[in-house]
Design a protein around this ligand. Structure first.
Ligand SMILES: CN(C)C(=N)NCCC[C@H](N)C(=O)O
Length: 288
């Protein structure tokens, strides 16, 4: 099993993550809290109350976990394509796989990475939703002191299963949309590149950016439900399950609830995935 794809996936994912985390914090707040009037209002409030650091809440854990999560995503994708088409990464420009194979390999990568991502994503969302400034003399202190404290409290209160809260919604979100992600990337690269040649850097950036936007627009409805399920049970249990969460969210906020955070999600997705694909492609070319 070639391991370069796993390592390239890790490094490229970490670069994209740092770039996109501030957007991600705004998105999670908009999806789970009703105190903000929109993107700008949310950004201004975070900056005023929590300083620039507020945008980077919950980032240390994803950075530590990205090694696992993104290398599983890209490693499983590439190795699934190898199993389906018997072509390694470097042969794929000369013998391009069919879009059906790309889609199946993408869905497989998305399905497996969701399992690894679930506990890290839960902790990130819980920390991003803490609105208290870090140090506040005499003020209210946040419920979680950091990622390890957050993981330990969830584990103590709810057992190991508690760490997988929202995992079903996450799996349903990621399985088809990661398929869409890789298909969009491949379609755009092939459209803009002469046959048998490697895509240029500009093509990789644009194709990666649009792959991110397309897949995140498709993922947003289940992303909202996933974030709400992850926040559920913090104070009291509001939802009986995923379906109940969908129905009561629509009843209370209308169908538009499924597109909460779609603009910020797309604004985040372009640079993150442009950088992720560019570094992934270049690392693999560099390693031959
Ligand atoms: C829509 N979904 C779930 C995806 N496209 N997933 C693939 C990786 C996305 C990238 N790490 C990011 O955070 O944008």
């Amino acid at each position: 099993m070639p391991v370069e794809e796993f390592v390239a996936g890790w490094i490229s994912g970490a670069l994209g993550l740092v770039l996109g985390h501030p957007f991600d914090t705004v998105k999670v707040r908009l999806q789970t809290q009703t105190t903000y009037q929109g993107i700008v209002d949310c950004m201004v409030k975070i900056y005023r109350h929590e300083s620039l650091l507020g945008f980077f809440k919950g980032m240390s854990f994803p950075i530590a976990s990205i090694a696992l999560v993104n290398s599983v995503l890209f490693g499983v994708y590439s190795n699934s394509l190898l199993a389906l088409t018997a072509t390694a990464h470097r042969e794929r420009r000369a013998q391009p796989p069919s879009y059906t194979h790309v889609f199946i390999a993408g869905c497989t990568g998305g399905f497996l990475q969701a399992y690894f991502l679930a506990p890290f994503d839960l902790i990130k969302v819980r920390l991003q939703n803490q609105t208290e400034p870090r140090a506040q003399l005499g003020g209210s202190s946040p419920q979680y002191r950091g990622p390890m404290h957050c993981a330990a409290s969830i584990f103590q209160k709810e057992g190991p299963r508690g760490l997988f809260r929202g995992a079903w919604a996450l799996t349903l979100r990621d399985t088809p949309t990661v398929g869409i992600y890789f298909v969009t990337y491949e379609v755009l690269c092939r459209q803009c590149t002469p046959e048998r040649q490697n895509p240029s850097s500009a093509t990789v950036l644009v194709a990666g950016g649009f792959a991110g936007i397309t897949s995140w627009v498709a993922a947003t409805p289940l992303d909202v439900i996933k974030s709400r399920m992850q926040m559920d049970g913090l104070k009291r249990r509001a939802y009986q399950g995923m379906l109940d969460c969908m129905v009561s969210s629509v009843q209370q906020e209308g169908l538009g609830v499924f597109f909460r955070g779609v603009t910020i999600n797309s604004a985040r997705a372009f640079p993150v995935n442009a950088v992720t694909f560019l570094s992934y492609e270049y690392l693999l070319r560099w390693w031959g």
